[in-house]
Design a protein around this ligand. Structure first.
Ligand code: PLP
Length: 458
């Protein structure tokens, strides 16, 4: 029977899903038994509907990427217009197309400092892999081929391709079918010294410095970090941290890669996260918000001195993806940025930060289990402890973050529960940047009810 054109009920689709669709970052056994948790069918702004017609608030912009919100017709029209003209062209061997060129110019005009050329990819992991390879290529061209190691931070998430996975240090992602590329990614200093705004440590970057001194700067190509750690639990570094890492890199001749896959395109209340601390990285990796998720696109912005070196190379830069410079994806990105500018979306993200922070303060005041609230733009989180004053964590068996997540889900709010190690239960909130004050209040009210329900189960 040919099912591809037949009308199918939600139940029939769920059966097919169970049988044929192996889901990413999903428990396969549970899924094979129970099928999909939800089947989305449409969306508008901060809301998404499932196939049964239930409407949810998307409190995390799906995977922190739907920055302009759902159902933006103008993005669909941009895609349609470009697809009808020329959906795709290669950008290998010097081939090019108009949207890719225009987007490159636009990105450069927005990027901080002298980040002024772009290498396109189709997502975040590919962008980080690309930055690693370009960093090593740069050092080879500079006559320092031994500079190959990459330093990443503890608790980082950089994606799942083998190189990005190795830099990722969230345990499950790092170890899943892992590859020990030990000559490559080495060290994982932690933000703990400076975690959550503890500015008492004058030597923020000391953890990185120790590793540089131990390994020798002549073996290190680059340091990679997220300006604000996302999937690891939304850690906002204290003022001074990024600057200190930048300075350390300059001191030792190490390239600085900013993984802005989440923090790019307005998420933190400025166009790029690095701008919060006036830091210009050597490579700025982006994906997600560049198209608000309407098309698959990523890339790496590259500083002038690196470009100058690379363009001296007379051979072929043997790296690139079929979809590098995808015409339709680039047209969507251009429209996405145009709408962000037209509708002052980045300013809105900045303005809504305080509304969200006020909501968190209210929750913290009302519940003795809520603490460590934080927000930068619309990237935010709070934590749950059995006793915040002594930082006594909930027992692992309580599954506090997951339970609160389930309570929110049953009240039609999507949030991101994060459990780090044994002790940390984090609730991450990162709604579409188009959200308004009333909608944030609605979101907070649902979290309020959800925490209340969770507390009753204790
Ligand atoms: N880097 C960061 C900071 C991310 O948050 C993610 C995805 O969540 C990635 C890289 C990987 O991006 P992708 O899933 O598009 O490969």
């Amino acid at each position: 029977e040919n099912l591809s054109t037949k009308q199918l009920s939600v139940q029939e689709l769920a059966e097919l899903d169970k049988k044929y669709f192996l889901h990413p970052t999903t428990a396969p056994k549970v899924h094979a038994e129970q099928g999909p948790k939800i089947m989305f069918s449409e969306g508008k702004g901060i809301y998404v509907k499932d196939m049964d017609g239930n409407s949810y608030i998307d409190g995390v912009s799906m995977l922190w990427n739907v920055n302009l919100g759902h159902g933006q017709k103008e993005l669909a029209e941009a895609a349609k217009e470009q697809m009808e003209k020329l959906a795709y062209s290669s950008s290998f061997i010097g081939y090019s197309n108009e949207p890719a060129v225009r987007l490159a110019e636009k990105l450069v005009s927005l990027a901080p400092g002298d980040l002024n050329s772009v290498f396109y990819t189709s997502g975040g992991s590919e962008s980080n892999d690309t930055a690693f390879k370009l960093a090593r290529f740069y050092w080879e061209l500079k006559g320092q081929p031994k500079k190959r190691k990459i330093i990443a931070l503890e608790n980082a998430y950089h994606g799942v391709t083998i190189a990005a996975q190795t830099a990722t240090s969230i345990p499950n992602f790092h170890t899943f079918s892992s590859s020990n590329i030990s000559d490559v990614f080495h060290a994982k200093p932690h933000l703990t010294n400076c975690e959550l705004g503890d500015k008492s440590d004058p030597n923020y970057e000391g953890c990185i410095r120790d590793i540089v001194e131990k390994e020798g700067a002549d073996s290190i190509a680059a340091v990679i970090m997220e300006p604000v750690q996302g999937s690891g639990g939304v850690y906002i570094p204290p003022d001074g941290y990024l600057q200190a890492v930048r300075k350390l890199c300059d001191e030792f001749g190490i390239l600085f890669i900013a993984d802005e896959v989440i923090t790019g395109f307005g998420r933190t209340g400025l166009m790029f996260g690095s701008e919060n601390w006036d830091v210009v990285p050597d490579f700025l990796c982006f994906a997600k918000g560049v198209t608000s998720g309407y098309a698959q696109l990523g890339g790496v912005l590259i500083r002038q001195h690196i470009r100058d070196t690379i363009v001296q190379y007379e051979g072929v830069l043997s790296h690139g993806f079929t979809y590098s410079g995808h015409a339709t994806a680039c047209a969507v990105a251009l429209k996405n940025i145009e709408l962000m500018e037209r509708d002052n979306i980045v300013v809105n993200a900045k303005n809504m930060e305080q509304v969200l922070a006020d909501g968190f303060e209210y929750l913290k005041g009302k519940y003795d289990i809520v603490t460590k609230t934080r927000a930068i733009g619309l990237l935010s989180a709070f934590e749950l402890y059995e006793d915040p004053t002594t930082e006594k964590p909930f027992d692992v068996s309580v599954m506090a973050a997951a339970k609160v997540g389930e309570e929110c889900f049953s009240r039609k709010l999507l949030i991101r529960p994060i459990r780090v190690g044994e002790g940390k239960n984090i609730i991450a909130i990162a709604p579409p940047l188009v959200i308004n004050k009333q909608e944030i209040e609605q979101l907070i009210a649902i979290i309020d009810d959800s925490i209340s329900a969770f507390k009753k189960t204790l």
